[in-house]
Design a protein around this ligand. Structure first.
Ligand SMILES: [Zn+2]
Length: 66
């Protein structure tokens, strides 16, 4: 891994490296079924716009350009 991308984590309050959390499609399918499809938009959002995860605290990083 030669990734040197740095992003500011508002949990750690510092610049950190990040990774993308792989989408667990089986879990998303299960959630979609038990919510009668209400979870589908979230699933699509996760699939097409992966969440950056902080390498330090493993929390999601939502602020892209701030
Ligand atoms: Zn963090």
């Amino acid at each position: 891994m030669a990734s040197a991308a740095i992003i500011h984590c508002n949990h750690c309050k510092k610049d950190v490296q990040y990774h993308f959390d792989p989408v667990d499609h089986k879990k998303q399918l299960f959630l979609s079924l038990i919510t009668l499809g209400l979870w589908l938009p979230v699933w699509l959002g996760l699939t097409f716009r992966p969440t950056k995860m902080c390498n330090e605290c493993n929390g999601p990083i939502w602020n892209d350009n701030k």
